[in-house]
Design a binder for this molecule. Structure first.
Ligand SMILES: C[S@@+](CC[C@H](N)C(=O)[O-])C[C@H]1O[C@@H](n2cnc3c(N)ncnc32)[C@H](O)[C@@H]1O
Length: 454
């Protein structure tokens, strides 16, 4: 029988092979293939100690976001500490990255709890943390929570490990930050997460059930999210907006209101990060930001709050129709910041190589590219994504504009900006344009810049 997280023996397969994510050394099971940099799509799971390398960019953004809250004091005032919970931490890469990569000045303001039900994964997390402690020792005692110290709790160098059902862990104390990264859909954990947050808190959610969120699995979408989808060029944006609508309506039932900070469709998952505040008055207005995306003949789509039965046939919803990102916070999520926080220095790399990390010059180059890709386009699109905008897929535009080929996206953006409009590219596999120009104006710019234009 498993000995639980308090045992000191090494988990089977320890130490495995070393890998570097951001500036944090990760132990991978030997049977897990050494990841390629920038993997995309769902990974093939190899058991409880498996680390999904395709989630590295989401973890990088999580480091940046938590750092931003501390650096710019938008979550708690007066340099107070923030109670953070990774409710489903698995082998603990995210929590360890928070501890290693957020600058030391802010570290003592972080109270980090790491929870998972799985014995093996948690033990692996603990051993990884012991083998590679944070660059500077963390000087604070464990927090007393409402229920006091429990038997399935271990405090070690700034990380408070728990082994319990996430729904119980989230309700233990008022957290100001909860990360929810389950296998598949987050819906079963959502209510507990919202209740576990203090009056103002951040909730970061990953959902890998993209078939349900996009509507490619219509029955699970209807069952799980009470929605209807259309799988077209808007399916990714719809998936993000559907998850936000689910969070916002669940929050409203608990007198809470939701302010999205960053919400992305990233390859095989949706990730939303929201500020959640207790406010009966604002929660009562949740309906103002919920509606349907109706496909139209004169423009690609319109958001409608109360669709007619005929519109529902051409519509997806109900979805979040409000702002998707915070202009200020997403605006600070730059390539420079990602490299500043998450890229190891040459001296760090040298010392890691001496302790057994095999990291070639190519690895240095590729991991740096991955860091850049994690935040690419975000700051440029932050303003538009925080207000009303039009989202267009470049590949769909020639048909609308009646031309043979689309211009290059960068060229179209330059042209729109030159015409006095805001325009930017969105981070997505598809060539997505976001702009505040009217659709007709965009089509004029497409015609003027089209590869088939004279
Ligand atoms: C997708 S993994 C988390 C990955 C992790 N956040 C990371 O970045 O590496 C989901 C984790 O949820 C854990 N889990 C599943 N159901 C749980 C529950 N009810 N309570 C606590 N942990 C649970 C699993 O053991 C697994 O480690």
């Amino acid at each position: 029988m498993a000995e639980g997280i308090s045992g000191n023996s090494h988990p089977d397969g320890w130490p495995g092979q070393l890998w570097l994510e951001g500036r944090t050394v990760v132990h991978l099971l030997d049977e897990q293939q050494r990841p390629t940099h920038m993997p995309r799509g769902p990974a093939k799971r190899t058991g409880p100690g498996f680390l999904n390398p395709a989630m590295a960019p989401a973890r990088t953004r999580s480091v940046l976001l938590l750092n931003d809250a501390l650096e710019h004091d938008w979550l708690v005032n007066d340099n107070k500490s923030i109670r953070v919970l990774d409710a489903l931490c698995a082998t603990g890469v995210r929590i360890r990255r928070w501890r290693n990569e957020i600058p030391i000045l802010s570290q003592n303001r972080l109270r980090i709890t790491a929870n998972d039900l799985d014995d093996f994964a948690l033990n692996w997390a603990r051993h990884s943390h012991s083998a590679h402690p944070p660059h500077q020792p963390i000087k604070h005692e464990p927090e007393d929570d409402r229920y006091g110290k429990t038997s399935n709790q271990i405090f070690e160098n700034g990380l408070d490990f728990r082994q319990m059902d996430a729904r119980i862990a989230m309700l233990e104390t008022g957290y100001q930050w909860i990360d929810l990264d389950p296998f598949g859909s987050p819906v079963q954990f959502l209510d507990a997460a919202l209740q576990g947050l203090s009056r103002t808190g951040v909730l970061e959610i990953t959902a890998t059930d993209t078939a349900a969120l996009t509507g490619s699995s219509a029955s699970s979408q209807a069952r799980r999210y009470g929605a209807k989808g259309i799988v077209d060029v808007y399916a990714h944006d719809d998936a993000v907006r559907l998850l936000l609508a689910t969070v916002a309506t669940s929050a409203a039932r608990l007198d809470k209101t939701v302010i999205p900070l960053l919400a992305l469709f990233d390859g095989h998952h949706v990730r939303v990060s929201c500020l959640i505040k207790t406010s009966r008055e604002k929660a009562s207005k949740v309906g103002e930001n919920i509606g349907w995306r109706i496909r139209e003949d004169d423009v690609p789509y319109r958001f409608v709050q109360h669709p007619t039965p005929e519109q529902v046939k051409r519509g997806s919803g109900p979805l979040w129709t409000g702002p998707l990102w915070s202009k200020e916070i997403a605006g600070r999520m730059t390539v420079e910041k990602a490299l500043e926080l998450c890229q190891p220095s040459s001296a760090e790399l040298e010392s890691l190589r001496q302790s057994g990390l095999e990291w070639s010059d190519d690895d240095v180059e590729y991991s740096s590219r991955e860091l850049k890709r994690s935040v690419r386009y975000i700051s440029d699109a932050a303003d538009l994504m925080s207000r009303e905008h039009l989202l267009l897929n470049l590949d769909a535009l020639p048909k609308w504009a009646g031309v043979g080929g689309a211009p290059k996206l960068e060229k179209l953006i330059t042209s729109l900006v030159g015409g006095g409009h805001a325009a930017a590219r969105l981070p997505d596999i598809e060539p997505l344009l976001v702009t505040d120009a009217p659709f007709e104006t965009v089509l004029e710019h497409v015609r003027n810049n089209s590869t088939s234009a004279k």
